[in-house]
Design a protein around this ligand. Structure first.
Ligand code: BGC
Length: 737
């Protein structure tokens, strides 16, 4: 059965017949046709008609003149730029990173919690605030193209060093959160970007990794996240990635760029290369690359390739049209930027709110948390520079926080990224929140000093962290200290503190899932991610119940590396020969893989605790239309806060597809985060709409190259995590041909 079109064809036919039948006059008039509407397309066409060939070529390549991979400077501290054409009033494009705040050398900016924390809020309104901070600060700095939007589906490789920039392992959650970021950025008249297209799921050998994946596997996993991100946000640029997919470099991959992106998804914007990810002139141009970044190594000779008949002139015209069209679409021509100071204090407050919505409480034995500020007498704070700062992720996403930085070494690899801590002291925030308690700090380098402080304190709070960066992957899921010349064995530190104090709480600052060999004796665990420059006060608020944790894991925490599809990360033979990374798991990424293989992870996708309790009652499936064959339905239920404090629960709807399709037992298809006062309840309706960009009930049919809904029985589950034990079967839907 085909997906249902959003407007039935017969209705369209009836409407047009009625219109043409009215009127009844045969008089012919010679009224001239109205002028074409002033759309981004018509404006781009009109402007392009005035351009010389040299001016057209100027727009399709970056302005950086050096071929060096790093160490160049760009105006406004950006990562790249495309010089404008003053004679035609075409402004310069300044391209800057911004996955977790404004990056590169642009200037001090608000260091937001990692994008993964934004996804952990499971809240698109919260994600809109995230994008708004990035967009408004970029605009204040005079940057008009953002290189954020990292949508690689990293649950495929949870050790990936860029996991902190992504939105987790589920294509629908990742796509929706990304779209909210991108919409908010483009609302500031900035071209947003979604990257790295596609299958750039490991950093190890990222420029030569050859992702091998079948058509259906790709469409239902990474590509689905991109499809949602592109369609729900009107994003105007896509960055193709360094790696190869099915043996073709992504920036000259017609299957990805021409077929999937530009034809199937009707993407009207432009494709830029990742930095130095272009590999050819004619092949890349013909395959759909529209702009080489950051320099002109391959598109410098594009004019000659056109003259020689190797690339049609129409292709250059299309590239230019797409770039100009994008500029008109977001309003770059009509809204000149005003360079001005960023509202640092106000934005830091938003960063704190985002962290409080995204931190995930993983364990809370004996309701150890929240701490009571008025009765607690002594607290040991241990480890991870918690006296001064919180950790951030490295690479091109690195932000220079407005709160200041504490830098560490440059671990090799990747060498070009420096460990950077955002100044924000959890210790001081804890002291300020519990002023009558004795709060003392040990840095954890001296195990005896740390355990003796822990054993003489009422409560011990151990901070652990793991640095991650673009250009590298974690070698293990165990905590590894890359941040100091004398690394601390943090697993041993937590175990020792837990042995010394039965009231031990662990706060984790990581960009990736970790394993927790010390979990059993520890009372409470809070995953704070990289919490951003307001991390100190946010963590204190969460520990003392001023904020109630409501984040849910957007990525599974494995029990061990042996559970992963590839326990050993495939390694490149050298720096230049492509090597295969076989994505044999296909669309079974993250929790889908665990479910398919009957593996029990440490913490499941969608999991997170609260200081209050919730119940879900009266769940039911309501069909949108009267027919039982319609692929649109709603899940209704009552959600109640049965505890003593205000909190928010994320109700999650999963769908099991007919068993004949060989899909995983369930996929996330909808959710809603509902804030509730204690004792309050709310009727909730979650709509599952087959016309949505997420194709919730469909599988990708390779034969017809289209999304299809199979006949058969669909099982609907509702609960507060992906684990079977957290889910209720709401009922089934029978789809028949
Ligand atoms: C990264 C991109 C980034 C670009 C510009 C590359 O190394 O992969 O994500 O946008 O640099 O800084």
């Amino acid at each position: 059965m085909k997906s249902k079109p959003s407007i039935p064809l017969f209705l369209i036919l009836i409407a047009s017949a009625a219109l043409s039948g009215c009127g009844g006059t045969t008089t012919t008039t010679t009224t001239p046709p109205p002028p074409p509407p002033n759309t981004p397309d018509t404006r781009a066409t009109a402007l392009e008609a005035q351009m010389t060939q040299a001016q057209k070529l100027q727009l399709v390549m970056g302005g950086v003149t050096s071929n060096l991979t790093y160490g160049y400077t760009v105006p406004r501290g950006a990562a790249g730029y495309v010089p404008g054409i003053p004679a035609l009033n075409i402004p310069t494009l300044y391209l800057a990173d911004g996955s977790v705040g404004v990056g590169n050398g642009v200037g001090p900016a608000t260091a937001l919690p990692s994008s993964l924390a934004s996804a952990a809020s499971w809240d698109t309104a919260e994600a809109t605030k995230y994008g708004n901070i990035i967009g408004t600060e970029l605009a204040d700095y005079g940057i008009n193209v953002n290189l954020g939007g990292n949508s690689n589906l990293i649950g495929r490789e949870p050790r990936d060093g860029r996991t902190f920039e992504t939105k987790g392992e589920d294509p629908i959650l990742a796509g929706k959160i990304t779209a909210a970021h991108l919409n908010a950025i483009q609302a500031q008249h900035i071209i947003a970007d979604i990257k790295h297209f596609a299958f750039n799921d490991q950093e190890t050998g990222r420029t030569t990794a050859n992702a091998i994946i079948d058509d259906r596997g790709g469409r239902e996993s990474d590509l689905l996240a991109f499809e949602i991100g592109v369609k729900d946000s009107n994003v105007q640029s896509v960055m193709c990635s360094y790696n190869l997919t099915n043996s073709v470099y992504d920036c000259e991959n017609p299957s990805l760029l021409l077929q999937t992106l530009k034809t199937d998804w009707a993407f009207p914007g432009f494709v830029m290369s990742d930095w130095w990810a272009t590999h050819s002139t004619s092949n890349a141009a013909i395959a759909g690359l529209d702009q080489e970044e950051p320099n002109q190594q391959y598109f410098g000779p594009l004019g000659a390739a056109i003259t020689a008949g190797q690339v049609p002139q129409s292709r250059l015209d299309d590239m230019v049209h797409r770039i100009l069209r994008a500029m008109f679409e977001v309003g770059i021509f009509d809204n000149p930027q005003t360079l001005q100071p960023i509202p640092a204090a106000a934005d830091a407050a938003v960063a704190q709110d985002i962290e409080e919505q995204g931190a995930v409480l993983l364990k809370n034995a004996s309701n150890q948390l929240p701490l009571n500020a008025s009765t607690i007498q002594s607290i040991a704070v241990i480890g991870s520079h918690a006296d001064t700062a919180v950790l951030s992720g490295g690479g091109s996403a690195q932000v220079q926080p407005t709160s200041g930085v504490l830098t560490g070494p440059q671990p090799c690899p990747p060498c070009w990224a420096t460990v950077t801590w955002d100044i924000s002291s959890p210790l001081k925030a804890i002291q300020a929140t519990a002023p009558s308690a004795k709060v003392q700090y040990a840095d954890g380098s001296d195990l005896n000093a740390a355990t003796s402080l822990a054993s003489s304190s009422q409560v011990a709070i151990v901070f652990v962290s793991q640095w991650a960066s673009e250009g590298m992957d974690e070698t293990t899921l165990n905590l590894t200290d890359l941040t100091s010349a004398a690394p601390i064995d943090q697993d041993a530190l937590v175990a020792a503190i837990a042995a010394a104090n039965p009231n031990t709480i662990v706060v984790i600052e990581t960009g990736n899932p970790i394993v927790m060999p010390w979990l059993t004796p520890v009372n409470s665990v809070l995953e704070a991610w990289y919490p951003g420059q307001a991390g100190g006060p946010a963590i204190a608020d969460l520990l003392f119940g001023i904020a109630n944790p409501s984040g849910k894991l957007p990525i599974t925490f494995p029990a061990s590396v042996s559970q992963l599809p590839r326990p050993n990360i495939p390694q490149p033979p050298d720096g230049y020969t492509p090597f295969n990374v076989n994505y044999t798991e296909g669309y079974n990424v993250g929790y889908k893989w665990y479910d398919m293989n009957n593996l029990t992870p440490l913490f499941p996708f969608g999991y997170g605790l609260s200081y209050t309790t919730f119940t879900i009652t009266n769940p039911a499936i309501v069909n949108n239309l009267s027919s039982t064959t319609t692929p649109n339905f709603q899940v209704t239920f009552t959600l109640a806060n049965t505890g003593k404090v205000a909190g928010a629960e994320v109700a999650q709807v999963y769908l099991g597809l007919p068993s004949s399709l060989n899909e995983p037992p369930r996929r996330l298809v909808g959710w809603q985060k509902v804030p509730l006062q204690p004792g309050a309840s709310q009727a909730v309706t979650i709509e599952i709409d087959q016309n949505d960009s997420s194709h919730p009930m469909s599988y990708w049919d390779t034969g017809s190259s289209s999304w299809q809904v199979s006949s058969g029985v669909y099982t609907v589950y509702l609960g507060n995590s992906e684990a079977a034990s957290s889910l209720t079967t709401v009922g089934t839907i029978n789809v028949s041909q």
